[in-house]
Design a protein around this ligand. Structure first.
Ligand SMILES: Cc1cc2nc3c(=O)[nH]c(=O)nc-3n(C[C@H](O)[C@H](O)[C@H](O)COP(=O)(O)OP(=O)(O)OC[C@H]3O[C@@H](n4cnc5c(N)ncnc54)[C@H](O)[C@@H]3O)c2cc1C
Ligand SMILES: NC(=O)c1ccc[n+]([C@@H]2O[C@H](COP(=O)([O-])OP(=O)(O)OC[C@H]3O[C@@H](n4cnc5c(N)ncnc54)[C@H](OP(=O)(O)O)[C@@H]3O)[C@@H](O)[C@H]2O)c1
Length: 449
């Protein structure tokens, strides 16, 4: 029997399990179907959406996976990530607002996984330690089973890596950090903006974490927020209390100096400087090495590891599209494993990757980047039986969302978008995001969403 190891039970790992479960000849228990084993180092599924208050090491001494924080609301319209085979309306029994808080999205992810009946395939509290070739030409996966307190090795024919890439901080050093007297942290360890009420905060970076953590600190009462970036300001029409500065050059005590000669006194520095693709458990020859970009290195069709096609990676791209792209990738990986998709030779795969990277390098703005990832996702959908879900509409909604952010960075979540699956128009959540302080599922569903 073909054995498939899946590493991680976050959205990507769950998409992979669900892809098999959705196929009558490959679902668990089907005669002649593959045997699936999913290893998850945490005690629950959902990946980043499974909130933890912990930082640093988890209860088992593993690097804490969670990078999400209290009060995190979706930063893109939920309609743009909707599963094509499981709509939000189906899950909640009605149409809900377009920018749900974390707990609501976690509930949605769990809903499909529960219906799919895949939980028994997941070995929780199993941290994958190593993946290497076995003498028999298969792959040996060694895990630490924290329940039993011992290491276990098993052989597989395929390995699908779905361990995420937003959990290992990229933490650059700036002169003076050693003696900074305030709080110095990476976004990975940010858990609760209330910690910064009445504080002066410096945020480094100009991408989503910087934008959202600055907004959170403002919303929960920080005295001031300075955003410092090396490649130009985010350029939003920030409310009073948030300003943008060029990159910091050094820190002296609590004083931060910027490249324009200006300075500011701060209580906290939050480094929103991104994450590293980090797979220490993969043998050198099986390990993906790539920047965080749309056209990843080494992955044919963004999924199949070009040097060894029996190893696949899901969700390793920089992301506009998320859950539905993960599904499309998982369906593609499933069909490669089932022999339904014939892969071209190594040279052709390398040519495909190089062409995609050249095309990405020629992209001029975010609107083109969105369309680029939409076309990529559609291409995978077209090659499998994943339900078509109107990527042109999703692209358009992403474009509208970009414009809404330009109009009002604190107000873009106060819009409703259209489901590409059911066609339903989402209501606008009330109260407006800037005044909605409770991020619980109960509050969100109860407050007229
Ligand atoms: C702060 C933050 C906010 C975000 N907000 C949004 C948003 O609003 N909307 C959106 O669409 N996307 C958002 N994202 C993007 C996010 O990447 C995806 O939504 C999604 O969580 C990615 O799924 P994944 O399965 O690839 O990875 P993850 O969610 O990271 O899951 C990976 C899983 O693998 C497990 N794992 C890792 N290593 C091992 C190991 N060695 N052994 C066993 N198990 C292992 C982890 O415990 C985890 O459960 C956000 C990301 C971050 C960091
Ligand atoms: N739902 C939400 O509200 C929410 C909130 C936070 C994050 N997220 C998600 O989390 C994911 C990761 O986002 P991210 O913003 O953490 O990472 P990211 O998009 O990779 O951005 C990294 C940022 O760090 C900067 N940077 C890197 N090295 C630096 C250095 N040495 N000095 C100064 N700046 C440096 C980069 O600047 P350059 O541009 O100069 O390289 C960039 O602005 C995204 O998918 C995002 O959507 C979602």
């Amino acid at each position: 029997m073909t054995r498939v190891a899946i590493i991680g039970a976050g959205p990507c790992g769950l998409s992979q399990l669900h892809a098999f479960a959705s196929d009558s000849s490959a679902r668990p228990g089907a005669v002649g179907g593959p045997e699936l084993v999913c290893y998850e180092k945490q005690s629950d599924w959902g990946g980043l959406w499974n909130y933890t208050w912990r930082t640093g090491l988890d209860e088992n001494g593993e690097p804490c996976h969670g990078s999400m924080y209290r009060y995190l609301w979706s930063n893109g319209p939920k309609e743009c990530l909707e599963f094509a085979d499981y709509s939000f309306e189906e899950h909640f029994g009605r149409s809900v607002g377009s920018f749900p808080p974390r707990a609501v999205l976690f509930d949605y992810i769990k809903g499909r996984a529960e219906r799919s009946g895949i939980k028994d395939l997941i070995r929780f509290n199993h941290a994958v330690r190593s993946v290497s070739r076995s003498d028999a030409g298969r792959f040996t996966v060694t895990t630490h089973d924290y329940g039993a307190g011992s290491a276990v090795s098993e052989d597989f024919d395929y390995v699908v890596v779905a361990s995420g890439h937003f959990s290992t901080p990229n933490m650059p050093h700036y002169p003076g950090y050693e003696t900074f007297g305030g709080t110095l942290m990476h976004a990975h360890d940010f858990r609760d903006a209330v910690q910064f009420t009445d504080r002066d905060v410096l945020v480094i970076g100009s991408s989503y974490s910087a934008e959202d953590i600055a907004s959170q600190c403002w919303k929960y009462g920080a005295r001031s927020v300075v955003c410092s970036s090396r490649s130009g300001p985010m350029g939003f029409d920030w409310p009073e209390g948030i300003v943008e500065k060029p990159i910091l050059t050094r820190v002296e005590g609590r004083t931060v100096h910027f490249a324009d000669g200006d300075s500011a006194e701060v209580d906290a520095i939050i480094s929103c400087t991104g994450y590293l693709h980090h797979f220490p458990f993969m043998d050198d020859e099986l390990r993906l090495t790539t920047a965080n970009r749309l056209a990843t290195s080494m992955l044919y069709r963004g999924v199949v590891f070009q040097p060894e096609n029996r190893v696949m990676y899901l969700g390793m791209q920089d992301q506009w599209y998320t859950f539905n792209m993960f599904d499309a990738q998982a369906w593609y990986a499933r069909d490669v494993i089932l022999g339904r998709i014939t892969l071209p030779g190594a040279d052709e795969q390398a040519r495909w990757i190089a062409e995609r990277q050249a095309a990405e390098d020629a992209i001029e703005d975010d609107y083109q980047a969105i369309d680029f990832q939409g076309a990529y996702t559609q291409d995978l959908v077209d090659q499998t039986d994943y339900p078509d879900f109107n990527t042109p509409l999703v692209n358009r909604m992403f474009h509208d969302w970009k414009k809404h952010k330009k109009q009002s960075i604190m107000g873009y979540r106060d819009h409703g978008h259209t489901s590409p699956v059911t066609g339903a128009q989402a209501p606008v959540h009330h109260p407006p995001w800037a005044h909605a302080m409770d991020d619980s599922l109960e509050a969100y569903l109860g407050e007229g969403a």
